[in-house]
Design a protein. Sequence first.
Length: 149
Amino acid sequence: MTHRIRPAAPADVPAVTSVIDAAFRPYVARIGLVPAPMEADHAADVAAGRVWVAGDPVTGVLVLVAHEDHLYLDTLAVHPDAHGRGLGGELLRFTDDRARALGLPEVRLMTNALMWENQEIYPKYGYEVTGRRTEGPYDRVHYRKRLTS
């Protein structure tokens, strides 16, 4: 199934918040604190053009930040009710396409070290670990994916 992925509009902020909260809530107990995406200013990210949504109703969310030499995948969230339908992979492929459209040679991201599901998924999509660092209260694993034309 292919989902329509589009830039988020201000009216999407409640759905963006809901999907991100639902996707990250299970990790609160595991990591012992609220994951950073749950505390982000979603309205500001939408206003800045950094948020993309998938589905009607919205079931997937991307927060992408363009830098001079890479596209940073700040958040990828799929509502638990939509798991197993290929939406996460579709959002990752969209991220690659977006980086290429912007002329950027790689995508970077990070995940909490205790979110081991992500550490199994990202390498399947071509991401390689570039390091592990503690940043504030978060123990994070950093990844990158070098893109081909």
